[in-house]
Design a protein around this ligand. Structure first.
Ligand code: GLA
Length: 382
C-alpha cells in the first residue's frame, strides 16, 4: 500500500469535510493463471497487488453527502439530479451500483461523505472497478455496521458490476481484491467458492506487467459472445456449466458444433487443467513449470479462445525469446491491457529496455511497465 496515497486522501478529506474519516485500502489484482474460466464455474489463480484504491469515508451530517473522485477532479452529490443512470460511464455507477444492490437486500445505509484516489493504471486490466466497488461496500459496512461478511460484500460488488454497471463479468476480480493475502496466490474454485491460499516463493523472480496501452473496442462484445458460446455448449450437453464436462463428453458433440466454438470450449477445459498444474508447481517451488503453463495459457487464449490481439501477442512472443523471462501471458478479458511476466530480477532491466524499444518500433507507442507484488486484500487503514 502506498503511504503517500493514504496521506493525500486523508488530508483531502479533512480539508473538504473538516473531520477525520475511516480509511480503506482496496487493491487491484493480477491473475497468475485461469483466464475466462471464472464464469464457466472453473478454477482461477489471482492475487491482490500493491496497487489499488484508498477511500476515505464518513457518515454525512448534511443531506445525502458528497463523493469526491480526486484523480479525475470530479464530485457528486447523491441527491443531485439527474442521477447517472445504470450502464453510464465514469466512476459514479460503481458506487450507485453498490447502493442499488444493498437496497435490493433491504439495506439502506445513511448518507456518506467520500474521497478516493488510486494508483491502478487506467485501462490496464487490473480491476480498478472491483477495487472501487469493494472499497465502497467495505466502507459502508464499517461505518454503518451493516454486518455484511466479506463474502457477502464480494457478491454485492459482483452484482453491482453485472446489473448496474452492465458488465457480465465473473466473480474473480472482487474475490481477489477482497480476500488477497500478502505473498499468496488465491486458488479459487468458482463453483464452490472454496479457495486455498498458496504461498508464492518468487526466489530471484518478480512480476512485471507490460501495458500495451490499447483497449480494442471489441473487448465488451467479444467477452459476452465468448460467454454465450460456453453457455450454449453447456446447455446442449444439459449441464449447468463447462465445469461439469470433460474432453470426451465435448468430443461427442464436436461434429454438431462450429469448429471455432468447439475450440473455445476445449480451451476452457484445458485452462482449468493448467490452473490445477500451476497450483502444484507453486507448491513445489517450480517456477519454471509455472512459467511454461503461463505461456501455454497465452497460446490457448490467442489461438483457441481468440481474445488476444496483435499488441499482446507481440509482447508475449518477445518475452518468450528473451533471456530470463520464465513465463508470460495476456491477462484479464483480453484485446488489450497488460501482459503478466515472470522475470528473473537480474534480467529484468535488459528485458524491459528491449521491450520498450521494440514496442515503440513496432507500434509507434510508448509501453508502460509496472513491477507489482502480492499484498493483502481490502482492509481498514489504521
Ligand atoms: C475480466 C472479468 C473477469 C474474468 C476475466 C477473464 O477481467 O472481469 O471476471 O472473466 O475477464 O478471465
Amino acid at each position: 500500500m502506498d503511504q503517500g496515497l493514504v496521506e493525500i486522501v486523508r488530508s483531502s478529506f479533512l480539508s473538504h469535510f473538516g473531520k477525520k474519516p475511516t480509511l480503506i485500502w482496496s487493491p487491484g489484482r493480477i491473475n497468475i493463471i485461469g483466464e475466462h474460466t471464472d464464469y464457466n464455474q472453473g478454477f482461477v489463480m489471482p492475487a491482490a497487488i500493491d496497487r489499488g484504491i484508498v477511500m476515505a469515508i464518513s457518515q454525512a451530517q448534511n443531506g445525502r453527502g458528497q463523493w469526491i473522485a480526486t484523480d479525475v477532479k470530479d464530485s457528486y452529490s447523491p441527491d443531485s439530479s439527474p442521477s447517472p443512470t445504470p450502464k453510464s460511464s465514469g466512476w459514479k455507477p460503481y458506487l450507485l451500483g453498490i447502493l442499488s444492490e444493498l437496497r435490493k437486500k433491504g439495506i439502506q445505509p445513511g448518507p456518506v461523505d467520500v474521497v478516493f484516489s488510486g494508483n491502478i493504471p487506467p485501462g490496464a486490466g487490473l480491476s480498478s472497478s472491483a477495487a472501487l466497488e469493494n472499497a465502497f461496500v467495505f466502507g459502508l459496512n464499517e461505518i454503518y455496521k451493516l454486518g455484511l461478511s466479506p463474502m457477502e460484500m464480494v457478491h454485492i460488488s459482483h452484482a453491482a458490476e453485472q446489473d448496474y454497471v452492465g458488465v457480465r463479468c465473473g466473480i474473480m476480480d472482487p474475490y481477489a481484491s477482497m480476500f488477497g493475502h500478502a505473498g499468496k496466490a488465491i486458488f479459487l474454485d468458482c463453483r464452490s467458492l472454496v479457495s486455498e491460499m498458496i504461498p508464492v516463493h518468487l526466489e530471484d523472480c518478480q512480476w512485471i506487467l507490460l501495458d500495451t496501452g490499447v483497449q480494442h473496442s471489441l473487448a465488451d462484445s467479444a467477452y459476452n459472445q465468448r460467454r454465450e458460446v460456453c453457455e450454449a455448449i453447456a446447455a446442449r450437453l444439459e449441464v449447468s456449466s463447462l465445469r461439469e464436462i470433460d474432453l470426451k463428453q465435448l468430443d461427442k458433440i464436436r461434429s454438431e458444433l462450429p469448429e471455432a466454438d468447439y475450440q473455445k470450449a476445449c480451451f476452457v477445459l484445458e485452462e482449468n487443467g493448467r490452473v490445477l498444474k500451476a497450483r502444484e508447481a507453486l507448491k513445489k517451488f517450480d517456477l519454471l513449470k509455472l512459467g511454461e503453463l503461463m505461456y501455454e495459457s497465452h497460446e490457448g487464449l490467442s489461438k483457441l479462445y481468440e481474445v488476444s490481439c496483435e499488441e499482446l501477442d507481440f509482447l508475449v512472443d518477445l518475452a518468450r525469446e528473451s533471456d530470463g523471462v520464465l513465463g508470460a501471458r495476456m491477462m484479464g478479458g483480453g484485446f488489450g491491457g497488460c501482459s503478466l511476466n515472470l522475470v528473473d530480477v537480474n534480467k529484468a532491466h535488459a528485458f524491459l529496455n528491449n521491450a520498450r524499444k521494440r514496442y515503440r518500433e513496432r507500434f509507434n507507442l510508448d509501453m508502460n511497465d509496472y513491477s507489482v507484488s502480492i499484498t493483502s486484500g481490502c482492509r481498514l487503514v489504521t
